[in-house]
Design a protein. Sequence first.
Length: 79
Amino acid sequence: MPQHKSTKKRLRQSLEARLRNRGYRTVLRTALKGVTVEASTVTAAVSAADLAVKRGIIHPNKAARLKSRMMKRHNAVNA
């Protein structure tokens, strides 16, 4: 366990951020799994990916890769 006051605070902050980030990551994964033929599910997944990037949870290139693969699958089904 941390001894210094600043280290204790940093531990507190990191635990809170971890819980917050886990929620956003869960929403993203659920949205990606829920992508179907409907355009509304694709839109929700794209929004979740963009939000995760904005919050710093995933890298922007990873979001672009996820969205690209998702759109490729979506367009193949709708073609």
